[in-house]
Design a protein around this ligand. Structure first.
Ligand SMILES: Cc1cc2nc3c(=O)[nH]c(=O)nc-3n(C[C@H](O)[C@H](O)[C@H](O)COP(=O)(O)O)c2cc1C
Length: 417
């Protein structure tokens, strides 16, 4: 294949077109205004840089559908009480150079740290098990039927508001161990009602969210889903479960399915799994073998994310029948990578070095810290330095997270008093 496939347009089922096959995958930026959970000037600056960088598609970091269930203190939330002004600016800036922009919408479920002072809810009252770090996370309560219904309404409301604010679409986050992925997992979902027991029942929440959104947004508004190809945990959501979910999503008016894998317990999305060795981490296009199976059953375009940064690998992925390559880390380090690629310019090394720590969860957190450090630098117009030590990034992130959580709790307390 020649380079042209990467830069050929893609028509989505909803009739819209993405101008090339490179997507900036979702990355939690931690750059929202903590008091209002709305996009800050710094966040919008960052998207201005990505907009100029040439990606055909820009997917935002996850946006919470419920401000009382935040994944992090500096995450964006969009609900009926949000002022849309800065969301409009965010969408407009991101689209200003021709990219489509999708807002990723999410609910953390049990993947919620205790330091935010919120109550976590999950399909069943099963807490995260990540060794010594487990106590940093909440003990979840089992959701009632009416709570589940209200979560569906919240996803639908957030999607409507994203459309009103000018986003080209939404991506429903059903991967990485967050709430919808918890419902899909037999390890976390032990319910005995219509939301559990069988694979169809476990997928009911995801399908209800997707159908609910499709019913209220315009036909040309993109509805995408991010799904795990597997959880990479014994007894968890399996590759054959993923194939079945994709078959069902084919019939629900979905425009794209992004494949990833893993959760906080088994962070395969960053190349770390409970079983991974150094050589696994060094691999590229982590989920390509799974994607090949999915491509055979999908009737909608498939996007693949995880471990992709080089042109040769992008070509290999597109040759396998995948329609869009998703890049997260690479575009946080080199935001104009697509423009450079198209011009045939040299591309700086666009990968982080993963520490070889025994705790894969902590190693993953350190790698995320390096990426977040760089996103913060870009957002302030400062020089990036992606060779910083992961341990240093880890400590900085830990400290910043602690500081932000204090401000978060302070402002929430003041508001509710
Ligand atoms: C700092 C950081 C934040 C992330 N936040 C999100 C997120 O909000 N939503 C999501 O679906 N994935 C998130 N991810 C995962 C990426 O979208 C992607 O699946 C993963 O990093 C693998 O791709 P890569 O090898 O290109 O980085 C995040 C990754 C990083 C590095």
């Amino acid at each position: 294949m020649t380079q042209s496939k990467i830069f050929s347009p893609l028509d989505l089922p909803n009739g819209t077109t993405i101008r090339n096959r490179i997507a900036k995958a979702a990355m939690e930026e931690n750059l929202a205004d903590i008091e209002t959970s709305t996009p800050s000037k710094q966040l919008i600056n960052l998207y201005d840089i990505w907009a100029r960088g040439g990606s055909g598609l820009i997917i935002t970091g996850h946006v919470m559908v419920d401000r009382s269930a935040m994944s992090g203190p500096a995450d964006v939330a969009l609900d009926a009480n949000s002022d849309l002004t800065t969301f409009r600016e965010w969408a407009a800036v991101s689209k200003s150079h021709g990219a489509q922009v999708w807002m990723q919408i999410n609910h953390p479920g049990r993947q919620m740290k205790t330091d935010l002072g919120q109550q976590a809810y999950a399909p069943s009252a099963i807490p995260l098990d990540i060794g010594g770090a487990s106590r940093l996370f909440c003990q979840p309560k089992e959701m009632s039927d009416s709570m589940i219904e209200s979560v569906i309404e919240r996803f639908v409301m957030t999607a409507r508001l994203a459309e009103q604010a000018g986003f080209s679409g939404v991506e429903v986050h059903a991967a990485h161990g967050y709430l919808l992925s918890q419902f899909l997992s037999p390890l976390v979902n032990k319910r005995t009602d219509r939301w559990g027991v069988s694979p169809e029942n476990r997928a009911r929440l995801l399908y209800s969210v997707v159908r609910g959104i499709r019913a209220v947004v315009n036909p040309s508004f993109t509805v995408a889903v991010k799904l795990n190809s597997a959880d990479f945990q014994r007894g968890g959501f399996s590759p054959s479960d993923a194939v079945d979910v994709v078959r069902s999503l084919n019939t629900m008016g979905v425009d794209c399915i992004e494949l990833s894998g893993g959760s906080y317990e088994s962070p395969a999305m960053g190349g770390h799994t409970a079983q991974s060795s150094e050589s696994t981490v060094a691999r590229e296009a982590y989920f390509l073998e799974f994607a090949k199976e999915i491509v055979n059953v999908a009737t909608v375009p498939i996007m693949l994310t995880g471990g992709i940064s080089r042109r040769e690998v992008m070509e290999q992925v597109l040759d396998a029948g995948v329609s869009i390559v998703g890049l997260a880390t690479a575009l946080a380090l080199v935001p104009d990578l697509p423009v450079r690629l198209q011009r045939g310019e040299p591309i700086p090394h666009a990968k982080t070095t993963a520490p070889n720590w025994s705790s894969k969860t902590l190693a993953s957190a350190a790698t995320l810290g390096v990426v977040k450090w760089n996103m913060r630098k870009h957002s302030k117009g400062e020089k990036v330095s992606y060779q910083i030590w992961p341990i240093f990034a880890f400590i900085i992130e830990f400290f910043l997270g602690w500081k932000r959580a204090r401000v978060f709790k302070q402002t929430r307390r003041v508001k509710t008093e």
